[in-house]
Structure formats: structure tokens, C-alpha cells
Design a protein. Structure first.
Length: 648
């Protein structure tokens, strides 16, 4: 008998608890230690550095996680000392670090990592990385190069397609008037990239320079030693502001004057056979604005794929967004097939088969061949991969009715904290795409928790070991965390101005529903057969406001609590997500009148996912505004659906 997911799996997609966060001080700086990393280094309320950590990345840029041992943490009132051993093992990779992290009362923080390869393998990167928060955009920078020369510049405002700073041995940026944060690097030459290209909420300074060949063969016994030192410079560094108080209630403000059209929300089609009437009914409740299918004319199954897409379009009364992977001779055959089908196509996204970027001539040829067969359809392109490829490749806009790219928050890191950090940068990718293509609507998708493809791979992937999940599958798909992350994603993609967004798939372990037969690997993806995933409820709640607006919803601590605010024809709905393993108190300003709340948490989610129709029909518990504020108590990773309150 298949067992439902454990409480921990339901909360955040893993049986092990999230790593503990230990608050630390280094004189005027406050920070957090989490699983070997230093995070959220702040001077008062200002975030100076987002994260300092060691990275081991394989020949395809896969990040190999570390297992810590011999961990010692000594935390004083204004200083700390930490040591541990980090072992990275996956496939042929076996690398071990001995790390020492310290913070002094004068605000100096040092991270030293001494590593050795325990086996021979190939790597693209081994070393320390520093993440600078995206709030640094526009801040003044002094870059010191390996020859000692200094360059003055700034963190880029628009997402930079290529490295903004190269050949670094030190980097300082202005934190506040009269106060600079200086980072010094030893053990290699460092450079910076704009990680917002991949929807990461940061700039990253790393080694080794990408101008050097990779992958590199690492011999057993080879050593790597690196050091990063952070210190504050200037008169403003002497002050010691109050520590950041993470346990205060989160203030959430709804702004009626900040309105963006809610994007058309669709689903990608899962390629796994027909659905039952019961499954179709649950998908219809999501009111998908479109269904995305991929038709690869170089593959032998494209006719079958097209017919399956056509059948699902009719069954769900939703038009199709078709990503067409075009070879040189396939268009006439596709046109002939379409003549016998009455497809309702809202968008054709045209890409070369085996390629990533659209070709203008192919888009024009597709329009000429298929335009009369799918009247009303738009013809566009962009990239099958992330915004990075669009930003670097920049296909010519001529002939494009729509520009598209896909999105995943896990190109560089997979921990819970990083996925939360990477939400806000989704808005920046859309805004940047609109600057590149100012008169063309932007379609984002599919949005998936894990990347669907790896355009940076230098060789074939080895594939999952027996009994392990494919690399495109994340157990957080079935979790409450996945639901909260989805609400944040809708918010920021709307905020950036996306016209259309495709989320996940219709069913299966990358979908919104589980099939009646259940998970193919229940030990690794322990979904309940036939159930909806928690993120289904977020998309269903948003679908009821199709054609409406996303209102401004500002959280004063978005790393703890995020909210999607929806408005249509006088109705308001808030989807408020606790993105942490601790309970959170949320105080909402900007709502008046009567309101009610339905809570999706560890207690209610099993029934809500088994019978989503009943959960969605609940009236909810009444909420009362006091002194202009509504207070919510959110259990760990809970999602609250607040209905009916009018904006004040």
C-alpha cells in the first residue's frame, strides 16, 4: 500500500529538517550561519553580502552538494569562530574541504577553505563564491585587478549579459555614505557575473575565470586553497547599529495604486497518455489560459504529439501555445497535418530543432506556412532556455509577435533559502526582456522548479542512478513550500509585466496533479495517488481572477513571507505564503471591510489535496481588522487564502 508523504515531505519536500540558522555578530555586522555558509551579512538593515560559500561544480556545471562533519561553532557577543569539514561526493567526484570561518569585533570576516581531491574527476569550478544581493544594483564599485590597478564602476542596473568585472583580487562597494565593504580574494583570480540572468537574486564573484578552458581534469591529491576577507572601510563603519530582529511580525502592505495586469496563466502538457474524466474536471478548474506543447519535427512522434495536444485543447477548452522545433523540411508536412485538424492556437513559438535561439527567417517561413491554418495565432520566438540565452543571443525582433524564455530557480543552488532569494529576480528578467523588445509581449515558460535542459553542458549527462529521480524532478513539487514559491513566482512575473506564463505540467511529478496510479518512484517522490499538489490550489485561486490585476503587495521581509494580491471587479484575494520552517505572524495593512481566510498547512493539506473541490468551496474563517490591520498566524510553510477584503 502506498503511503502519503510524511509531514516533513509535505512541508518542504524532504524528510530531513531544513538546516538550522545560527545568528552571529562580527562587531557592527549581523549575519546567519547555515549549513557551512555565511548568509545575509548586514550593516544594520542594509544587506552587504548575500552569501559566502564553497562550490564544487562538475563538467556540466552541476552543483555537487556537501555533507558536513566535525562542525564546531563558537558564537560570542560580537565575534565568532566556525570550523568544519565539507565532503562533496557524486559519481566520480570526491572532494573534501577543511573550512575556517571567523568574525572579529572590528567587523572583519574571513573565510578560509583548504581542499583536496580524494579521486580523479573533471570539474568546471572548485572554489569560494561570494553573492552580492541584487539591491547592490547601481552601487558604486572599486575593483582592484591582479596587477594592482584599480577601476571605478558600478553594479549594473540592467541585467548584464556578460561579466561586469574581470581579473579581480579585491572588490569594494559603497554600502552607505562614507562606508564601503571591501572583499579581498586569495588563491585564484576572481571575476563577477550577473546571476539575475538565471533569475538568481544576486551578483556572484567567483573563480576560476571563464576565459580559461573548461572542464579541467583534477588529479587525486590535488589541493585547492582559497581565502575571502570582508572588512568595512570608512567613518560609517565605526557605528554599531542594532541587530536585525528576525522574529518581529512581518508587515505586509497592499497598495491599490500599484496595478499590473495578471498574466495569462497556462500549463504545459505532460506526455503520458489520456486523462480520466475525473482528472480532466480537476484541470478544468484551473481554467488554463493556454496549454503548451512541444512539437519537434525532427522527431518521429511529432504527429502523435500534435494530435494529443489537439485532443487536450478540446477537452479543457483551452487554446494551445505550441513550441515548434523546426527542421529544414518539416513545415510542408506539418501544414498538411494541420489541414485535417481544427487547432485553436494562440501562439506558435518557433525554434530550430536542436538549437536554443529562434531564427527570424524560420519564424517568417512558419507564419507563411501556418498563418491561414491557425487564424488569430501569434508567431514568435526567443529561446527554449533561460533569459541568459535571450540576453546574450538577442534574436532580431523583426517578425516576432511575442518573445519567450523559460525559467527555473535552481541553475546554481537548490537549497530552500536560495529558491526564496531567487523569486524577486524573476521580475527583473521580464523587465529586461521588455527593454530589449519594447513593443513585443513577453511569454515566460515553462516555469519549473528544476531546469528542463542544460544549455551549458560540456558533455552528456550520466542520468540518474537506479532508484533516483531524474534531474528535472524535484520532490518540492508536492510540498507546501512549492505552493508558496508558486505564489511568489506569479507575483513577480506579473510585477515585471509578463503577458503570459506557463507553469509546470498538467500531471505527474512535474505537474499539478498526481495520476491515479501514483508516483513511479514512491520512495523518492511519495505523492498520494490521484491527489492534487498544494501548488494546484495557488493556481486555482489565481485562475478565478483571470483578466484581473495583480496589486502591489510589499512584505518588509520577503525572505520570510511573500504575498500575491489579486483584484478583479471589486473583489480582492491575497495568497500569503510563509516560506520558512518557523511560524510567522503577518500584519496586513491596506484591507478594510469583511474578509475571510482559508489556511493550507500541514494539518489541512492532506484533505485539501485529496478533495480539492471541497477545500476550494470552503467559506473560510472570518478576519477582523483592528486599527487598520489584519493579523494572520501562519504555521510553518503555510499558505493563506484571504478573500473579500476591499483595498482601503
Amino acid at each position: 500500500m502506498l503511503m502519503p508523504p510524511s509531514r516533513s515531505m509535505l512541508l518542504h519536500g524532504a524528510d530531513a529538517p531544513p538546516p538550522a540558522r545560527i545568528p552571529l555578530r562580527a562587531g557592527p555586522l549581523s549575519l546567519v550561519y547555515e549549513a557551512g555558509d555565511l548568509r545575509y551579512i548586514r550593516l544594520g538593515p542594509r544587506e552587504v553580502v548575500r552569501r559566502i560559500y564553497t562550490a564544487v561544480r562538475d563538467h556540466n556545471w552541476g552543483t555537487v552538494p556537501a555533507e558536513l562533519s566535525d562542525e564546531r561553532v563558537e558564537a560570542g557577543a560580537d565575534s565568532f569562530a566556525i570550523s568544519y569539514t565539507a565532503t562533496h561526493r557524486r559519481g566520480p567526484i570526491h572532494f573534501r574541504w577543511h573550512c575556517h570561518l571567523s568574525g572579529a569585533a572590528d567587523g572583519t570576516i574571513t573565510v578560509a577553505a583548504d581542499g583536496v581531491a580524494e579521486a580523479a574527476f573533471r570539474r568546471n569550478r572548485i572554489g569560494l563564491c561570494v553573492l552580492h544581493p541584487d539591491t547592490c544594483a547601481g552601487a558604486a564599485v572599486r575593483a582592484e585587478h591582479s596587477d594592482g590597478l584599480t577601476e571605478n564602476g558600478a553594479f549594473p542596473e540592467a541585467i548584464a549579459p556578460h561579466q561586469p568585472f574581470l581579473d579581480l583580487r579585491a572588490l569594494a562597494h559603497e554600502v552607505a555614505p562614507g562606508c564601503w565593504a571591501e572583499l579581498r580574494f586569495a588563491g585564484d583570480v576572481f571575476e563577477m557575473e550577473d546571476q539575475r540572468n538565471w533569475s538568481d537574486g544576486s551578483f556572484k564573484t567567483y573563480s576560476t575565470p571563464l576565459s580559461l578552458p573548461f572542464p579541467v581534469a583534477v588529479a587525486a591529491g590535488e589541493c585547492v586553497s582559497q581565502r575571502v576577507t570582508l572588512r568595512l572601510i570608512g567613518a560609517g563603519a565605526a557605528a554599531a547599529p542594532a541587530a536585525h530582529r528576525a522574529r518581529q511580525p512581518v508587515a505586509l502592505t497592499i497598495d491599490l495604486t500599484d496595478r499590473q495586469p495578471l498574466p495569462a496563466l497556462g500549463l504545459a502538457l505532460a506526455d503520458d497518455g489520456p486523462l480520466s474524466p475525473h482528472e480532466l474536471a480537476r484541470l478544468r478548474a484551473l481554467r488554463p489560459a493556454h496549454l503548451r506543447g512541444e512539437i519537434d519535427l525532427a522527431a518521429g512522434r511529432w504527429c502523435e504529439q500534435l494530435r494529443q495536444a489537439a485532443a487536450m485543447s478540446v477537452a479543457l477548452a483551452a487554446p494551445l501555445e505550441l513550441a515548434l522545433l523546426l527542421d529544414d523540411a518539416g513545415l510542408p508536412a506539418l501544414a498538411a497535418e494541420l489541414a485535417g485538424l481544427r487547432l485553436n492556437v494562440v501562439r506558435w513559438l518557433v525554434f530550430p530543432s536542436g538549437g536554443l535561439l529562434s531564427d527570424g527567417a524560420q519564424v517568417r517561413a512558419t507564419r507563411e506556412a501556418l498563418g491561414r491554418l491557425t487564424p488569430g495565432a501569434r508567431f514568435g520566438g526567443g529561446t527554449l532556455a533561460s533569459f541568459t540565452e535571450l540576453n546574450r543571443g538577442r534574436p532580431a525582433p523583426a517578425g516576432l509577435d511575442v518573445v519567450a524564455y523559460s525559467l527555473s530557480p535552481q541553475v546554481h543552488a537548490s537549497d530552500l533559502s536560495s529558491l526564496v532569494e531567487n523569486l524577486a529576480a524573476q521580475a527583473a528578467t521580464v523587465a529586461s526582456a521588455r527593454r530589449l523588445y519594447p513593443a513585443i509581449p513577453v511569454a515566460v515558460g515553462p516555469v519549473t522548479l528544476r531546469p528542463r535542459l542544460n544549455p551549458a553542458a560540456t558533455g552528456p549527462d550520466e542520468g540518474p542512478a537506479s532508484g533516483e529521480l531524474p534531474p528535472q524532478v524535484d520532490p518540492r513539487q508536492l510540498s507546501l513550500f512549492g505552493a508558496g514559491w508558486t505564489a511568489g513566482s506569479v507575483k513577480y512575473l506579473a510585477q515585471g509585466g509578463a503577458a503570459a506564463v506557463t507553469f509546470y505540467e498538467t500531471f505527474g511529478w512535474r505537474g499539478v496533479l498526481e495520476r491515479a496510479e501514483g508516483s513511479p518512484l514512491p520512495a523518492r517522490f511519495p505523492s498520494t495517488p490521484g491527489a492534487a499538489f498544494p501548488l494546484y490550489h495557488v493556481l486555482a485561486a489565481a485562475a478565478e481572477f483571470a483578466g484581473g490585476e495583480a496589486l502591489g503587495a510589499r512584505s518588509d521581509d520577503p525572505l520570510r513571507v511573500e504575498a500575491l494580491a489579486l483584484h478583479r471587479e471589486g473583489r480582492v484575494r491575497l495568497i500569503v505564503a510563509n516560506l520558512t520552517p518557523e511560524p510567522q505572524t503577518v500584519q496586513i495593512a491596506g484591507l478594510a471591510g469583511r474578509a475571510s481566510v482559508r489556511l493550507l498547512d500541514a494539518e489541512t493539506a492532506p484533505a485539501a489535496c485529496a478533495e480539492p473541490e471541497q477545500f476550494r468551496a470552503l467559506m473560510g474563517s472570518p478576519l477582523t481588522a483592528r486599527e487598520g490591520r489584519v493579523t494572520l498566524e501562519l504555521p510553518p510553510f503555510a499558505v493563506a487564502f484571504v478573500n473579500g477584503g476591499e483595498p482601503a
